[in-house]
Design a protein around this ligand. Structure first.
Ligand SMILES: [Zn+2]
Length: 486
């Protein structure tokens, strides 16, 4: 959970798209020269990207390292200048997220996570990722995808308004961010690969590093287990086939890349000190207790529930998946006014309300009901003022289940409290420390000489080897600080 104010990115993007004047027609794809169905003009494409960019920066969090940001931006601009659409307002951002991912928005907005940065090992590898994402923009894949979605909507007729009952609990619909990572078609991916290869070569980087990236990302996925597929992999399937295809292309070029730029030392210079893995300062769980060092609060989630610390919310779900609790930041400062605004929403029936204190902090609580065709939703919401923030604690279930969950939800709301334990308040994230190896070193020896605060498999992976492999001479990554509990 981040301290920034939170809004649904794609509610806004959707609204922007809805305002567009729809004119069916074909436009020439700038990257391929082919004509394609295009309902969105370049101006509209840029406007949509800009709108979403502001929201993404605010909600996903920009990694606070100006040098690293400037580095990625400089590389990105150099590549974009070589593309078919050099005049777009190209913007490159490192997102403060441990997930291994990269993505692009229409209009020229490109993102890499600090997670993918810490897994890469040279400038040429980063360039190949940036080049691929630039390719999605120059190929207008995102804009094209939106055009097709619009077309589908038109086909279904006017007046279709998505209104699932749960949508009003917008903060829980964090999955909406998944739209960012919508799958492109395989043709789009192949084209983005081809364009990425071209930009990388034209910029003078060693394109032979590109297939290495696929290998790394594939191993990230293997190590993460099926349930924690890195987003980039889930939207970019079949890394082996893509690597083989690109290797084939590179072979056919008959070009000598011996002197092409890899810039490994430069890259490691930017990587030194980068946060690695989840940042506990943005909140973490100890068993079912959620602790937030930065905001100095704690909250106890129900026993046995699945929990998740998302950027905009901390959520919990019952085992039977029939009840939900969530913590979010509230923009209205006064708990009573916040409760009133919540109950005034259309479709919500107010129940019993009361004001009081939770662990000494001013609070307002209310019961509410959302009538539905079948079983109504029933819940309790609490707003509590603490330090300079107001927190919203929400829990709900179906009316037929309320007797089983009501007490649990009330306990959750009532568990909000301050944190004074320095052990929690002073917790720090793990960071990458760059070390220099004068010779190739068996991984086991490397791990002993440079003790790292992470599992051997992951340490080996970010050093592009395996636990029984060798770490190559030159720059290598040690993980220092943090705690294994992260
Ligand atoms: Zn892609």
């Amino acid at each position: 959970m981040r301290t920034s104010k939170l809004r649904s990115v794609f509610a806004r993007l959707g609204a922007a798209a809805g305002l567009l004047v729809v004119i069916a027609g074909c436009a020439v794809n700038p990257a391929t020269g082919e004509r394609q169905l295009m309902l969105i003009s370049e101006e509209q494409e840029i406007a949509m990207g800009q709108e979403a960019h502001g929201q993404i920066s605010a909600t996903m969090g920009v990694y606070p390292d100006e040098q690293a940001q400037a580095y990625v931006a400089t590389l990105g601009q150099e590549l974009a200048a070589l593309s078919e659409r050099p005049d777009l307002p190209w913007t490159f951002t490192i997102i403060d997220d441990p997930i291994v991912n990269a993505f692009a928005l229409p209009g020229g907005f490109i993102y890499v996570t600090r997670g993918i940065m810490t897994h890469l090992s040279s400038e040429a590898e980063l360039v190949s990722v940036l080049g691929h994402e630039i390719g999605h923009v120059t190929g207008r894949h995102g804009a094209n995808r939106m055009s097709k979605a619009q077309l589908a909507t038109i086909g279904l007729g006017v007046g279709m308004i998505a209104s699932p009952e749960f949508a009003r609990f917008g903060d829980l619909a964090q999955q909406s961010l998944g739209l960012l990572f919508l799958k492109y078609s395989r043709d789009d991916e192949r084209q983005a690969d081809d364009l990425g290869v071209r930009y990388t070569i034209d910029g003078g980087w060693d394109v032979r590093e590109m297939p290495e990236v696929f290998g790394i990302l594939k191993n990230v996925s293997a190590l993460s287990g099926a349930g924690r597929l890195p987003n980039w992999l889930s939207t970019h399937p079949d890394p082996d086939a893509r690597a083989a295809r690109i290797n084939g292309q590179i072979g056919q070029l008959n070009q000598d890349f011996t002197n092409a730029k890899r810039n490994r030392p430069t890259y490691f210079g930017r990587l030194d000190g980068m946060v690695f893995g989840p940042n506990p300062r943005q909140g973490y769980f100890e068993e079912r207790r959620f602790l937030h060092p930065e905001l100095a609060f704690q909250l106890v989630f129900p026993e046995g529930w699945a929990t998740q610390n998302q950027t905009q919310a901390v959520v919990g779900q019952s085992q039977a998946q029939d009840a939900v609790v969530a913590l979010t930041l509230e923009s209205e400062a006064d708990p009573v006014a916040a409760a009133k605004a919540f109950l005034d929403q259309e479709g919500i029936e107010a129940g019993r309300t009361q004001t009081g204190r939770i662990h000494g902090f001013p609070a307002a609580m209310a019961e509410f009901k959302v009538p539905q065709e079948q079983d109504a939703l029933v819940g309790q919401v609490g707003f509590v003022r603490y330090n300079d923030n107001t927190y919203r604690l929400l829990g709900y279930t179906l009316q037929s289940k309320w007797s089983g969950y009501g007490g649990t939800i009330a306990d959750f709301i009532g568990s909000f409290d301050k944190v004074t334990d320095r052990r929690v308040l002073d917790v720090q994230p793990a960071r990458v420390k760059v070390v220099n190896l004068r010779r190739d070193m068996p991984f086991g020896e490397f791990a002993r000489r440079y003790p790292s605060n992470t599992e051997p498999e992951l340490l080996a992976l970010i050093n592009h080897t395996t636990p029984d492999g060798v770490v190559r001479a030159g720059e290598a990554k040690q993980i220092v600080g943090g705690s294994k509990a992260n």
